[in-house]
Design a binder for this molecule. Structure first.
Ligand SMILES: [Zn+2]
Length: 492
């Protein structure tokens, strides 16, 4: 009996401790907002019938006023294998639409409720592979009546004009992006904030979406890349490695001269900030030069030279966390596509996570299973994993987070609690996209395509457990990759 009481007490303690998000240290807590822990779940309203749409999630209501939404893929340009997207009749890439967000802080949301805000917004389909999905992801750029940026606080996230609406579709568990953006936000200084919501487009219910901050400069909450270039102080800047779009090749400055060692198409590295209106030729040259000096340092093998070591250029903790998050989730594109590097004014290079659609064995073309490491083959990391100090920091940080955010119990509880909180919204979404579980089988081989949301959630949990077990056994093998016997130090 004594043991039983002890057991119950221990179980209660464990439940209690799991309920609070573990923090590795006080400085590390970034005050991340986890919507499912902060906002009430669904309680049915008493004063209306069943035919009224009623959700505890914020509602996003978009009216394109009869305009076709541009941004669908129509083909590829020859030279760069660059995607070509549909445009408007006026040959622009975005239309101007009306966006309302209904977000009653207390109680449920209905289409007839007073909106939290209504704004004009530029609007198009966004994404890479996901542009092909029938449940499209969208980009919104809020504008005021004179066409200027309209900065608005959205669902409690800091005011900005640019937002991404990501509709989980390929990810039938619906939780990959929400979970990993939030874990990243706990571990790293910045990861885009996210909120679940439900979308109505031209009066039609489009299911569950995730409102996501885009990676860009912002007064608060986003990156501090302020434009203060006066020919002497380097401005902050943001680079992206990805497949460029046709429009981007025309309008953004690419770094042609200095990326040869990354072994990728030169067109794939673009300056995303400052934007085209503020990127003077002088400033672009400064940024190219800065980036080139960093690359030279990284590829020089002078790791331990105080004067030229790459550690002068990058925020080590940030790169270690980017590595671990993307390695653990086997997020196949990370480091090569949808990959963002930024340098805040006076700071060092940092990376920002983006897009977990294909993570955790949800990549369309291949099943990866729970084995293997791949981030060390990507640009920059190819060199970083040759440095023993970088590898020791990865291993030590791995064991730290494996007992917190990457622990089996923590991750499973996170998924369960999120699903419980989403409640009837899951069923509504799956009712709307029912065929996603029958006719729609994009994953190869076909057996990987699951036929219920419950199976998809179970598959994700099982994969995470197996991945953790594999990483536990193999993380130390990185030491062999970094060993000097394998990486001759040239300049000693
Ligand atoms: Zn209601």
């Amino acid at each position: 009996m004594k043991f039983r009481i002890f057991g119950i007490a221990m179980a209660a303690l464990m439940l209690l401790s799991l309920h609070f998000l573990p923090k590795a240290s006080a400085e590390e807590s970034h005050g991340r907002y986890h919507q499912h822990l902060e906002e009430p779940g669904y309680t049915p309203c008493e004063d209306h019938g069943k035919n009224v749409f009623c959700s505890h999630l914020p509602l996003v209501v978009i009216d394109t006023e009869g305009q076709e939404i541009p941004g669908a893929i129509t083909g590829y340009a020859d030279r760069f294998n660059t995607s070509i997207y549909t445009k408007t009749a006026e040959n622009t890439s975005m239309i101007n639409v009306s966006v309302s967000v209904i977000d009653n802080k207390e109680g449920n949301n209905h289409l007839t409720d007073t909106a939290d805000f209504t704004t004009r917004s530029l609007f198009r389909i966004r994404g890479n592979t996901s542009r092909r999905f029938e449940k499209s992801p969208y980009l919104m750029d809020f504008v005021d009546d004179s066409g200027g940026n309209n900065e608005i606080e959205v669902m409690g996230m800091d005011a900005h004009h640019e937002w991404a609406l990501n509709g989980p579709y390929l990810d039938k568990s619906l939780v990959r992006n929400y979970m990993w953006y939030n874990i990243s936000g706990e571990m790293m200084e910045y990861a885009p904030n996210v909120r679940y919501c439900e979308l109505f487009l031209n009066g039609e219910y489009r299911g569950l979406y995730l409102m996501v901050e885009t990676i860009t400069d912002g007064e608060a909450g986003r990156l501090n890349l302020e434009e203060s270039y006066k020919g002497e102080n380097m401005t902050g800047y943001l680079l992206r490695i990805d497949r460029p779009t046709e429009e981007e090749i025309e309008t953004t400055r690419n770094i042609y001269s200095f990326v040869e060692r990354m072994n990728i198409s030169l067109e794939d590295v673009a300056i995303r900030y400052p934007g085209k209106n503020n990127l003077t030729p002088e400033l672009a040259k400064e940024i190219e030069g800065d980036f080139a000096r960093f690359e030279k340092s990284l590829y020089s093998f002078d790791y331990d030279k105080e004067d030229y070591g790459y550690q002068n250029w990058i925020d080590m903790d940030n790169f270690v966390d980017y590595y671990l998050i993307n390695e653990f989730t086997h997020n196949v594109d990370a480091g090569r596509f949808s990959t963002y590097y930024y340098k805040e004014v006076g700071g060092k290079f940092k990376m920002c996570v983006w897009d977990f659609n294909n993570s955790c064995d949800n990549f369309v073309e291949d099943a990866f299973g729970a084995e293997g490491m791949f981030v060390g083959e990507k640009p920059f990391f190819f060199m970083l994993v040759k440095d023993e100090e970088f590898v020791e920091r990865i291993i030590s940080r791995y064991h730290e987070v494996r007992s917190t955010y990457f622990s089996d119990t923590w991750m499973e509880r996170y998924i369960d609690e999120t699903m419980q909180w989403l409640g009837p919204a899951v069923e509504r979404n799956n009712e709307r996209w029912r065929y996603a579980f029958t006719d729609y089988e994009p994953l190869q081989p076909e057996s990987r395509n699951l036929h219920s949301h419950e199976e998809a959630v179970e598959q994700l949990k099982t994969w995470l457990r197996e991945r953790g077990a594999w990483m536990d056994k193999n993380i130390d093998a990185l030491r062999a990759v970094a060993h000097p016997s394998r990486n001759k130090v040239y300049n000693n």
